[in-house]
Design a binder for this molecule. Structure first.
Ligand code: UDX
Length: 440
């Protein structure tokens, strides 16, 4: 099939590359000439495991191409994915200007049938706006060209994006006419395995499904984070509680990890946007508002623990930070708890040395030339001259450190771990004070 993907961010680039991988002829459009230049030169503008090989293989096979030319892109695909950004507005609602601009470009140029697919996370009702934008452009041209608008939200996780796209647990498709439904069935046939993955529904339900999924997952995390605080007060251990409840199949194991708050490009933005969508419809989402408030508070938990141990005035204190990205296997710093933690430690007078396997360049870009923040080339190097170690992201390479070596180098024998990476007895056996989230 001939497919155009508009937008080469996480969702667009992964979708385009994986759709090429199963034999489609894919053209990716981005108006950011620099991104397209990098892609044409064989580079990848984001860090995503395995994506570089999939892109390289399909570019070499001639199935995956990149362009900045809107007309070429519209002409190319019968299937037109819109996978552009939907940054939050001032008021938290998703800004649709890029989505609607992409729709207008299609309407302005198309001469034959197109299925226009919203892949970006967009509020309920966006497909109607996309349909109207295309209709408006066709009317301006005085032509009638048939098209369908489909909602096909993407559930991929950063760090596992290629795997998630190639082996999805479900493919949600909101479509309301047979021509579009049949095309979507054909498009996703290569991804069907073992059981029916396509869940076909009406467009508005598909749009809401994406928000429902992310809001539910965020709710689980905030719930566990609040229970972790309670566990500390009660002398219980949230890790044991997690194991005690996860085995109930109605609860399940996933997304029960207490930590220093959720971040990333999806949960914070989508939770806000759903609250706003509901408010616009006259409904106050009480549970979800609490989820957001609890998460904002949770980003301060590590700072509170540092203050509890070292005092409110941290001037002259120096801390090692392990992990900056909002989660492992990505260099994404969007809404990362580390940003709040770094700012708040600065405010109290501390200086920091950070180590992250891939997110240090991105952190440098965000914090600029900041004399209070230096970077280490290796995890242990970050500990030189530090009063304590603060762990913010659970990278695998932090899983089994040499606790004796850590004890020997830190000025105070303190690890404050925002991701509960260790069984509490291990660092303690080495003579370290070990503070986790919700641990005994
Ligand atoms: C999420 C959804 O999982 C994905 O389906 C959707 O398409 C996009 O949003 P992503 O943002 O890539 O994916 O990351 P995810 O792995 O879901 O983690 C989100 C945040 O929650 C991270 O900051 C992570 O540290 C945190 N988290 C996750 C916890 O604090 N505890 C958990 O148990 C799980």
């Amino acid at each position: 099939m001939k497919i155009t993907v508009v937008g080469t961010g996480y969702v667009g680039l992964v979708s385009g590359a994986c759709l090429a991988e199963v034999g489609n002829d894919v053209l990716c459009l981005d108006l950011d000439a620099e991104k397209i230049r990098i892609l044409k030169d064989g580079g990848i503008p984001i860090h995503e495991p395995g994506l570089d090989q999939v892109v390289a293989r399909n570019v070499a096979a001639g199935r995956l191409r990149f362009t900045t030319n809107i007309e070429d892109a519209v002409r190319h695909g019968t299937i037109q994915f819109i996978a552009v950004g939907t940054p939050p507005d001032e008021d938290g609602s998703a800004d649709l200007k890029y989505v609607l601009a992409a729709a207008r470009n299609i309407g302005r140029t198309m001469t034959d049938y197109k299925v226009v697919i919203d892949k970006s996370t967009v509020p309920v009702g966006t497909a109607d706006k996309v349909r109207a934008a295309i209709a408006d452009e066709l009317a301006k041209r005085g032509v009638e060209v048939p098209y369908s608008v489909v909602s096909n939200p993407e559930f991929l996780k950063e760090g596992a994006a290629v795997e998630d796209f190639l082996r999805p647990d479900r493919i949600v498709v909101g479509a309301e006419d047979d021509q579009a439904i049949n095309l979507m069935r054909a498009l996703y046939a290569p991804f069907q395995r073992n059981h029916e993955k396509l869940v076909i529904m009406d467009v508005r339900s598909a749009e809401l499904t994406k928000y429902a999924a992310n809001a539910m997952l965020a709710t689980r995390i905030s719930f566990m984070n609040e229970l972790a605080i309670l566990a500390e007060k009660m002398g219980a251990d949230i890790e044991q509680v997690r194991q005690g409840i996860g085995s109930d199949p109605r609860i399940g194991w996933h997304f029960l990890y207490a930590g220093c708050g959720y971040g990333g490009s999806c949960f914070p933005k989508d939770v806000k946007a759903l609250i706003k969508t509901a408010a616009d419809a006259g409904q106050h989402l009480k549970v979800l508002q609490a989820v957001e408030d609890a998460n904002d508070a949770q980003k301060m938990v590590l700072v509170d623990k540092v203050v509890a141990r070292f005092g409110a005035d941290l001037s002259g204190k120096h801390f090692a930070i392990w992990g900056l990205a909002f989660k492992p296997n990505t260099d994404d710093m969007r809404e990362a708890p580390s940003r709040v933690i770094i700012d708040e430690l600065f405010k109290r007078g501390a200086t920091l040395t950070a180590y992250d396997p891939v997110a240090m360049d991105e952190t440098r870009r965000i914090f600029g030339d900041e004399p209070r923040l230096s970077y280490a080339e290796r995890p242990m190097q970050a500990l030189d001259g530090a009063d304590a170690l603060v762990i913010v992201t659970e990278w695998k390479e932090f899983r089994s450190p040499d606790f004796d070596a850590i004890k020997a180098v830190l000025k105070s024998p303190v690890i404050i771990d925002g991701r509960n990476m260790y069984a509490t007895d291990l660092p303690r056996a080495a003579g370290l004070e070990y503070y986790g989230i919700g641990r005994r």
